[in-house]
Design a protein around this ligand. Structure first.
Ligand SMILES: Nc1ncnc2c1ncn2[C@@H]1O[C@H](COP(=O)(O)OP(=O)(O)O)[C@@H](O)[C@H]1O
Ligand SMILES: [Mg+2]
Length: 347
């Protein structure tokens, strides 16, 4: 054994990163077939069908969209790109991101009409695949404008990804009928599917004798059908076993690894957000159940104390819905008349 390095259980750490796309996608044949059906007209130079992928976090939506984009790009030389609408939260920012990804140098002028023309010019009448991930985090007005305008650019195939169908149903009629997507449901994984997904990662990324089927089953049981958490837990357990100088991953590493991931998830989620999200999160935690109006007042006070310029009420509401979506807080209807929400930190 090499004492400096432990037993070297993790053979290839990249295999466990979120962006890693395996050669073989498991347990998602139906969804792959449906999305292929939407994109396949491109191969016959016909107009593709837009798609709306929905399902909870960790059900493989992003992976499958990127996997098929990669496949069709290399096999049929079709252009396409990926935009995360959580990061690019306006129509303008989405257009700019498309141009950046296409490596188009353009003017700095902040004019949405001009940007749209640039995109149109570069896509031309070509076939093009655009993944709009986390589309449900786009404010409704931006969502309507984005989809209305992008639907008819060239021969574009839009792959919209969200947690549910509601953001589609909330669109203006004229936008929804233009888009008219094929809806593809991503149900949560069954426990044995999750074990297969974990086994694939373990075979690729871990030393062969360091893990067992039983260990993978235990992780699947803990992680409630969520592939992302399961893969992170496996990696964390492997790291813990290594630092314990253990030859194998044991149950204690898994339990500890799983708890680390739960905390890490929260820390990372908050780190990637603005200081205003953080103020809101900490206020909600201090108050252990606070209604929206009260929270707004406390938020204004805190901004004054800390010399921040407060965001507009609309943005404040949007930030709260982002925190709910990240499962950092929960929102419940308060037992008061009218549309009053009570916010609480989720543990
Ligand atoms: N069917 C699958 N086969 C292999 N790996 C998967 C599968 N589904 C999800 N994963 C892995 O689980 C993690 C989360 O998947 P992701 O596509 O990001 O989920 P979502 O976009 O639905 O939140 C990623 O690391 C991904 O590689
Ligand atoms: Mg995703």
């Amino acid at each position: 054994m090499n004492w400096a390095e432990g037993y070297g259980i993790v053979a290839n750490p990249d295999i466990f990163s979120d962006g890693f796309i395996p050669d073989r996608i498991l347990a998602r044949d139906v969804q792959i077939r449906e999305l292929q059906f939407c994109l396949s007209p491109i191969l016959k130079r016909r107009k593709p069908i837009h798609a709306w992928l929905y399902g909870r976090s960790g059900t493989g939506k992003t992976t499958i969209a990127k996997y098929l984009l990669g496949k069709i790009q290399s096999e049929a030389h079709v252009r396409g790109t990926y935009v995360n609408c959580w990061e690019k939260n306006t129509f303008y920012a989405i257009l700019q991101e498309i141009l950046n990804n296409l490596r188009v140098l353009c003017t700095e002028e902040r004019n949405t009409g001009l940007k749209l023309e640039e995109v149109r010019k570069h896509i031309n009448d070509d076939f093009f695949i655009l993944i709009l991930d986390e589309i449900d985090t786009l404010p409704l007005k931006e969502r309507n404008t984005t989809l209305y305008n992008l639907c008819n650019v060239g021969n574009i195939a839009l792959i919209c990804i969200g947690e549910s169908q509601f953001p589609l149903l909330a669109l203006e009629d004229r936008v929804r009928s233009r888009l008219n997507p094929q809806i593809i449901d991503f149900p949560q994984y069954a426990s044995d599917d999750l074990v297969r997904i974990l086994r694939q990662r373990a075979e690729m990324g871990l030393a062969p004798d360091a893990w067992s089927h039983k260990i993978l089953e235990r992780i699947a049981e803990l992680c409630e059908r969520e592939a992302r958490i399961a893969i992170y837990t496996l990696r964390s357990a492997a790291n813990l076993a290594e630092s314990d100088y253990s030859r194998f991953i044991e149950n204690k590493h898994i339990e500890k690894g799983f708890n680390n991931i739960k905390d890490l998830k929260r820390v990372y989620a908050l780190k990637s957000l603005t200081e205003h999200h953080q103020i809101l999160y900490h206020l909600i935690r201090e108050w252990r159940g606070i209604i929206s109006k009260e929270l707004w007042n406390r938020y204004l006070e805190r901004c004054k104390e800390e010399k921040h310029v407060p965001v507009a009420k609309r943005t404040f509401d949007h930030y709260l819905s982002q925190l709910v979506r990240l499962r950092l807080i929960e929102s419940k209807r308060a037992r008061v008349r009218g549309k009053v929400h009570l916010f609480k930190v989720l543990s």
